[in-house]
Ligand binder design. Structure first.
Ligand SMILES: Cc1cc2nc3c(=O)[nH]c(=O)nc-3n(C[C@H](O)[C@H](O)[C@H](O)COP(=O)(O)O)c2cc1C
Length: 368
């Protein structure tokens, strides 16, 4: 067996990652305070996972308008920045590295999440056929509700969102993050703009492929200018159908175009999430090969990986880093467990989004 690549270092911009494991972005909805600021409990959760080569934070709304779920921590107020400082400090003290995932949920949302009860916004007024967690102020609790029909953004508002992403990125760096990941996946705003079935705009942000991809590319350029391109990654979910999306009808052309353009910006990494956990594991898959060839920077792969599948993908050269989602929820010491070949702890889906400390910071390291 050749040397195990999972435990070999990898350079990402100015950072030297000690291993190839990435903690995938995981929304945990633990910001249980009116400011939606990160808490000491969150700092402890991320600290426990600091042996990952890189941690990518949960999705972090870049503005009040960007919110789509109750209790997700933001990156747009001084209290939130102060809260994140505790998180980055805890991770760095434990020897880790952490990026913030910058998130605009677009049409996924509910009016109860905003002080002025305004509906979510999107590229068009097409409603998402899915549910989200609204917020009931009377009981200070979340409740499951159908997403409200969105309001179509004006051109000026779209341009303002580019600025919101850049400001949230500056706030992330001010809070001590090592970089940021732009959430361009999973049927949220930037993915919604890309989608030819959803985006019926006639302005500069709709119509041709170039125009539909323009918002993501403008955001990527603005965030790079704000914090430095090597500190920026972009997450995409090619062929994804989560959140009421239809698969991209021209994946080679559209994702190929995006990968090339993001490469031109010299971004630190491209992060591919295969929601079907299928093609990403096939080294000969034509889309995977094309995206690998089109993007010159670091490539992160995610979706259904185990230690064995991760090692196989790395050995085949399909990607440079492998992100693990659900396994990181219940195995804070995933690096050590993989290294030692130890048993993995099962995760409890009931506490993914609720439960305070339960199912959050109470998964012990192996043998403890
Ligand atoms: C509880 C939970 C929360 C998630 N939150 C996010 C998120 O905030 N941002 C994102 O891009 N993906 C999110 N995902 C997707 C994960 O990052 C990852 O892509 C997915 O879990 C597949 O990887 P896995 O098979 O290793 O679990 C979430 C997944 C889960 C299970």
């Amino acid at each position: 067996m050749p040397d195990r690549m999972l435990f070999s270092p990898h350079r990402l911009g100015a950072l030297m990652l000690p291993n190839r494991l990435v903690m995938a972005p995981l929304t945990r909805s633990r910001a249980l305070n009116p400011e939606l600021a990160p808490t000491p409990l969150m700092a402890e959760y991320y600290r426990q996972r600091a042996s990952a080569g890189l941690i990518i934070s949960e999705g972090v709304p870049i503005s009040p308008q960007a919110r789509g779920y109750a209790f997700t921590p933001g990156s747009y107020s001084p209290k939130q920045v102060a809260g994140w400082c505790q998180v980055t400090d805890a991770v760095h003290r434990a020897g880790g590295r952490i990026f913030m995932q910058l998130w605009h949920c677009g049409r996924i949302g509910h009016h109860s999440l905003r002080a002025d009860a305004s509906p979510p916004v999107g590229p068009s007024a097409q409603a998402a056929p899915t549910q989200t967690y609204g917020y009931d102020a009377a009981t200070d609790a979340a409740f499951l509700a159908p997403c409200d029909p969105p309001r179509a953004l004006t051109t000026t508002e779209v341009q303002a969102i580019v600025g919101d992403f850049a400001q949230a990125a500056r706030n992330a760096l001010a809070a001590g993050f090592d970089g940021v990941e732009i959430h361009g996946a999973n049927g949220y705003l930037l993915d919604q703009f890309r989608c030819p079935f959803l985006n019926d705009r006639t302005d500069a942000y709709g119509g041709s492929r170039e125009k539909r991809c323009r918002l993501l590319l403008e955001v990527s350029a603005a965030v790079s200018a704000a914090v430095g391109a090597t500190r920026v990654g972009v997450r995409l979910s090619p062929l994804g159908t989560a959140n009421g999306m239809q698969p991209e009808p021209e994946p080679f052309e559209t994702y190929g175009y995006l990968a090339r353009e993001l490469g031109r910006l010299n971004l630190g990494y491209l992060h591919l999430y295969d929601q079907t956990t299928s093609w990403i594991h096939v080294p000969a898959d034509p889309l995977l090969r094309q995206l690998r060839a089109s993007f010159p920077g670091t490539l992160i792969l995610c979706g259904g990986f185990t230690a064995e599948r991760a090692e196989a993908a790395l050995q085949a050269g399909s990607g440079d880093l492998i992100a693990f989602g659900k396994l990181y929820i219940s195995n804070p010491d995933l690096v050590e467990r993989f290294r030692g070949g130890f048993e993995l702890a099962p995760y409890d889906t009931r506490t993914f989004y609720t439960g305070g400390a339960t199912g959050y910071v109470d998964y012990p390291p192996f043998g403890a």
